[in-house]
Design a protein around this ligand. Structure first.
Ligand code: NAI
Ligand code: BAL
Length: 498
C-alpha cells in the first residue's frame, strides 16, 4: 500500500465515497422486504453516513433459499478448486485496488484510525483472503489403512450454507477471517455485519461479484441482532454458524442451534487478557511498548487486548514509569488524521459503557478522561474484585494488579471466566514455558504481545471460545465436514465381509 495521505486528502476521499445501502442478496443490492432502514453513523462526528436496509426474518429466508440453490447446483461448491482459487485471488486483488476507499469507509463507519485501517486492516484482509485462496488446491483428502479388501477414503465436503455473524471492532478483517475459509471450502454464505458497521461488508460483496463469484453464494444482510442474527441462528436450512462477539450473544447461538436444526456453531467471544510481567523480565522498555500496544491498539476494542497487567512487585514501579512514557506516544483524536493512534469508540452506547469503568474509587495512574466519543488511554490500579479487574471493558483501559510471586501471578491470570489470550514476560525459559502451559488461554505470547498470524489458529478456552478456530488450516474445519467412503476391492472368491 502506498504512503499515508494528509487529513484533507482523506476527507476529500470521504466526501466522494459512494456508500452501499441495500442488502446484498443473490448478486444484487435490494431494499429490505419491509422497506425499513436504519442509520449508520460516524462515531467520531455523530454524522449520519447512510440509511441502510434493515433486514428481517423474511430477508433471511429469501437469502438462504438463494444460497441453498447456489450450493446445491454446484455453481461454486463444485467448481474445480483451481477456478475457485482464481476467483478469490481476483477478489483479493480488487480489494487491493480499492484499498484506499475501503480504508476510509472503514474508518468513517467504525471510528478506527485511518492509520490502522491503512496499515493493518486492509493489508491483513487482503493477505487473509489470498492465503485461504492459495490453500484451495493444495489440501489433499486421505485414504485410511482400514483393510486390504477395501479402500476407505476420508474426504472433506463443504458444510453447506453458513451464517457468519460479525462484530464491529474489525468489520473487514473479521469478514475476511470467516469468508476466506468458508468460500474456499465451497460454502454459500449469509453474512450479518454488526449494525454499527455494515458498509465495508456490503462493498466487498459487490467486489466479489466483480471478481466472478456466482450470484447467491455471497449474501450480506444488514440489520439488528434480534432481527437478522436470531433468524440466522434459528434457521432450519443453515448448516453452520460462525460468530464473533460477546459471550452473552454467543450463548444465544448455542440455544438457537439446540432449539432448531443442531447446526454446527463456532463462537469466538470475549477476553480479559492478562500480561504477566515477572521480576526477571529483560528490557523493560520493550516490555512496556508491548503492553501499551496490547492495551491501546484499536482503542482496546479488541477481544485479545491486554486488559490486565499482572506485575511482580520488584519491577512494578520501573515498568509503570516506562509504560506511561510509551502511552504518551498514542495521540487521541480525529480518526482521519494519520498521526492519531486512538480514534473514536464505535458508538455512543459503547462509549457510555466504557466511561462507566472510569468511575471514581480506582486509582487512576494515567488518563481517565473521555469526551464526545473519545476515551484517553487509561491506566488504573485496581482491587482484585473490582469490575475493572474482572469484566471485559473493550476500551483503552489497562488495569494493574501487583503480585508477590510467579505462582500468584499465574493463579491471578487464570482467575477469570475468559481464556482467549495472554502474555508472559520473563528471561527465565523454564518459567516462560511453565507459565505459558499453565495459563488457560487459546494464545499465549512470550516476551511479546501479538495477534498471531493467518497461519496460526485463533480462539479461546472457557467462556472465550466454543467449537472451531479462526485462521490457519484449522479454520477450514468449521466449514467442511468429514465423510468416509468405503469401496469394496474384494475378488469374487473373497468373503463378502470386511
Ligand atoms: N469478541 C469480540 O471480538 C467482540 C466482543 N464484544 C464484546 O461485546 C460487548 C457488546 O458488544 P455488542 O456489539 O453488543 O456485541 P454482540 O455480541 O451483541 O454483537 C455481535 C454480533 O452479534 C449480533 N447479535 C446481537 N444480539 C443478537 C441476538 N440476540 N441474536 C443474534 N445475533 C445477535 C450483533 O448484531 C452483531 O452482529 C462489547 O462491549 C465487548 O465487550 C463486542 C464485539 C466484538
Ligand atoms: N483480535 C482480533 C479478533 C477480535 O477482536 O475479535
Amino acid at each position: 500500500m502506498s504512503d499515508l495521505l494528509t487529513t484533507e486528502e482523506y476527507k476529500a476521499i470521504a466526501a466522494g465515497l459512494s456508500l452501499p445501502t441495500g442488502a446484498f442478496i443473490d448478486g444484487s443490492f435490494r431494499p429490505a422486504m419491509s422497506g425499513a432502514t436504519f442509520d449508520t453513523t460516524n462515531p467520531a462526528t455523530g454524522e449520519v453516513l447512510a440509511r441502510v436496509a434493515a433486514c428481517g426474518a423474511a430477508d433471511v429466508d429469501f437469502a438462504v433459499s438463494r444460497a441453498r440453490d447456489a450450493f446445491e447446483d454446484g455453481r461454486w461448491s463444485r467448481l474445480p478448486p483451481r477456478e475457485r482459487k482464481e476467483v478469490l485471488i481476483r477478489l483479493a486483488k480488487l480489494i487491493r485496488r480499492n484499498a484506499r476507499e475501503l480504508a476510509v469507509m472503514e474508518s468513517l463507519d467504525s471510528g478506527k484510525t485511518i492509520f490502522d485501517c491503512e496499515t493493518v486492516d486492509l493489508p491483513e484482509t487482503i493477505h487473509c483472503l489470498t492465503w485461504h485462496a492459495e490453500l484451495i488446491d493444495k489440501i489433499y483428502d486421505q485414504v485410511s489403512p482400514a483393510s486390504d479388501n477395501h479402500i476407505a477414503m476420508v474426504v472433506r465436503e463443504p458444510v453447506g450454507v453458513v451464517g457468519l455473524v460479525l462484530p464491529w471492532n474489525f468489520p473487514l478483517l473479521m469478514l475476511a477471517w470467516k469468508i476466506g475459509p468458508a468460500l474456499a471450502a465451497g460454502c454459500s454464505v449469509i453474512v450479518k455485519p454488526a449494525e454499527e458497521t455494515p458498509l465495508t461488508a456490503l462493498r466487498i460483496a459487490e467486489l466479489a461479484m466483480e471478481a466472478g463469484l456466482p450470484a447467491g453464494v455471497f449474501n450480506v444482510l444488514p440489520g439488528s441482532g434480534p432481527d437478522v442474527g436470531e433468524p440466522i441462528g434459528r434457521h432450519m436450512d443453515i448448516d453452520a454458524v460462525s460468530f464473533t462477539g460477546s459471550t452473552a450473544t454467543g450463548r444465544r447461538f448455542l440455544r438457537y442451534a439446540a432449539e432448531s436444526n443442531l447446526k454446527e456453531v463456532t463462537l469466538e467471544m470475549g477476553g480479559k487478557n492478562p500480561a504477566v510481567v515477572l521480576d526477571d523480565a529483560e528490557n523493560l522498555d520493550r516490555v512496556a511498548a508491548h503492553i501499551v500496544n496490547g492495551a491501546f491498539w484499536n482503542m482496546g476494542e479488541n477481544c485479545s487486548a491486554t486488559s490486565r497487567l499482572i506485575v511482580q512487585r520488584g519491577v512494578r514501579d520501573d515498568l509503570i514509569a516506562r509504560i506511561l512514557a510509551h502511552a504518551r506516544e498514542w495521540p487521541v483524536g480525529d480518526p482521519l488524521d494519520p498521526v492519531n493512534r486512538v480514534g473514536a469508540l464505535v458508538s455512543k452506547a459503547h462509549y457510555d459503557k466504557v466511561c462507566s469503568y472510569l468511575e471514581k474509587g480506582q486509582k487512576i495512574i494515567l488518563g481517565g478522561k473521555a469526551d464526545k466519543g473519545f476515551v484517553e488511554p487509561t491506566i488504573m490500579e485496581v482491587a482484585r474484585d473490582a469490575r475493572q479487574a474482572r469484566e471485559e471493558i473493550f476500551g483503552p483501559v489497562l488495569s494493574v494488579l501487583t503480585v508477590k510471586s510467579f505462582d500468584e501471578a499465574i493463579a491471578l491470570a487464570n482467575d477469570t471466566e475468559y481464556g482467549l489470550a495472554a502474555s508472559i514476560f520473563t528471561a527465565n525459559v523454564k518459567r516462560a514455558i511453565r507459565g505459558a502451559r499453565a495459563i488457560r488461554a487459546g494464545t499465549v505470547t512470550v516476551n511479546s504481545f501479538g495477534e498471531g498470524d493467518i497461519s496460526t489458529p485463533f480462539g479461546g478456552f472457557k467462556a472465550s471460545g466454543f467449537g472451531g478456530r479462526d485462521n490457519g488450516i484449522h479454520a477450514h474445519d468449521q466449514y467442511t465436514q468429514l465423510k468416509t467412503i468405503w469401496v469394496d476391492l474384494a475378488d469374487d472368491g473373497d468373503e463378502a465381509v470386511a
